[in-house]
Write a protein that binds this ligand. Structure first.
Ligand SMILES: *[C@@H]1O[C@H](CO)[C@@H](O)[C@H](O)[C@H]1NC(C)=O
Ligand SMILES: *[C@@H]1O[C@H](CO)[C@@H](O)[C@H](O)[C@H]1NC(C)=O
Ligand SMILES: *[C@@H]1O[C@H](CO)[C@@H](O)[C@H](O)[C@H]1NC(C)=O
Ligand SMILES: *[C@@H]1O[C@H](CO)[C@@H](O)[C@H](O)[C@H]1NC(C)=O
Ligand SMILES: *[C@@H]1O[C@H](CO)[C@@H](O)[C@H](O)[C@H]1NC(C)=O
Ligand SMILES: *[C@@H]1O[C@H](CO)[C@@H](O)[C@H](O)[C@H]1NC(C)=O
Ligand SMILES: *[C@@H]1O[C@H](CO)[C@@H](O)[C@H](O)[C@H]1NC(C)=O
Length: 184
C-alpha cells in the first residue's frame, strides 16, 4: 500500500467517526424535546362575590408557571391562552403572549385570570358550592411552539399542564394540585 492510500483510509475512517458522532448527538443530546411546564403557584388575588339577590362579582386568580427548556436550542412559543373551568365548563381565559426561551434556560410566566360570577351563577351547583365554602376550578395551560437547535434540528413542540384549584371562600385562600401533561 502506498502512503496515499493509507492517508486516504485514515481520513475516511476519521470522517466516518465524525459523522457517526454527529449523527448520534443529533439523535440523543441535541434531539429536540418538549419543554416542561411546572406550575409554581395559584394565588387568589381577590374575591368579590355577592349571591343575593343576584349572583355577581368576580374572582381573580394569579397563575404562575415555570417553563423549562431542556434543549440545546431556543424554544419559541406562540400566543397562548390559560383556561379556567368550573364544573367542566369554560368560565375564564387569560392570554399568554408569545415569547422565546433560550437554550437550556428556565422562564417564568405569570398571568392573571378574572372569573366573572355571572359565568358561575348559570351552574345550578354554584350556590351549593358557595354555601359549602369551596369553589373548585381546573386550569389548563398549553404552549405551542418550535424548538430550533443550531438551525438544523427543528421540531414543533408543545408543553402543557393542568391544575385542580380549590378556592376557600371564608379565609380567601387558594390551594392547587397540578400535573404536567406530556405530549398531546
Ligand atoms: C370585581 O368586582 C369588584 C367589586 O364588585 C369591582 O370593584 C371590580 O372592578 C371588579 N373587577 C373587574 C375586573 O371587573
Ligand atoms: C400576540 O399578542 C400580542 C398582544 O395581543 C400581539 O401584539 C402580537 O402581535 C401577537 N403575536 C402573534 C405572533 O400573534
Ligand atoms: C411575538 O410575535 C411578534 C409578531 O410575530 C414578534 O414581532 C415579536 O418579536 C414576538 N415576541 C417575542 C418576544 O418573541
Ligand atoms: C421562577 O419562579 C420560581 C418560583 O417562584 C423561582 O424560584 C425562580 O427563581 C424563578 N425563576 C426565574 C428565572 O425567574
Ligand atoms: C373540591 O376539591 C376538594 C379537593 O380536591 C375536594 O375535597 C372537594 O370534595 C371538592 N368539592 C367539590 C364540590 O367538588
Ligand atoms: C382555610 O380554611 C380551611 C378550612 O376551612 C383550612 O383547612 C385551611 O388551613 C385555612 N387556610 C388558611 C391559610 O387559614
Ligand atoms: C383533579 O381532580 C380530578 C377529579 O377529582 C382527578 O381525576 C384529577 O386527577 C385531578 N388532577 C390533578 C392534577 O390532581
Amino acid at each position: 500500500m502506498g502512503k496515499w492510500k493509507i492517508c486516504c483510509a485514515v481520513t475516511a475512517v476519521l470522517f466516518i467517526i465524525v459523522v457517526v458522532v454527529l449523527v448520534t448527538l443529533c439523535f440523543t443530546l441535541f434531539k429536540p424535546k418538549d419543554p416542561k411546564i411546572t406550575p409554581q403557584s395559584v394565588t387568589l388575588e381577590s374575591i368579590h362575590l355577592v349571591v343575593f339577590p343576584v349572583v355577581k362579582g368576580n374572582v381573580s386568580l394569579g397563575l404562575e408557571v415555570t417553563v423549562d427548556n431542556p434543549n440545546y436550542g431556543g424554544f419559541k412559543y406562540r400566543n397562548s391562552t390559560a383556561y379556567i373551568f368550573y364544573r367542566g365548563n369554560l368560565v375564564a381565559e387569560a392570554p399568554i403572549e408569545n415569547d422565546s426561551i433560550s437554550a437550556r434556560a428556565k422562564h417564568n410566566i405569570s398571568t392573571k385570570v378574572i372569573i366573572f360570577a355571572e359565568k358561575l351563577g348559570t351552574d345550578g351547583n354554584f350556590v351549593i358550592d358557595i354555601l359549602s365554602g369551596i369553589l373548585n376550578f381546573t386550569s389548563s395551560t398549553i404552549l405551542h411552539g418550535k424548538v430550533n437547535v443550531f438551525n438544523i434540528l427543528k421540531l414543533k413542540a408543545s408543553s402543557s399542564s393542568s391544575c385542580n384549584i380549590s378556592v376557600l371562600v371564608q379565609n380567601q385562600t387558594a390551594y392547587s394540585v397540578c400535573k404536567i401533561k406530556t405530549r398531546l
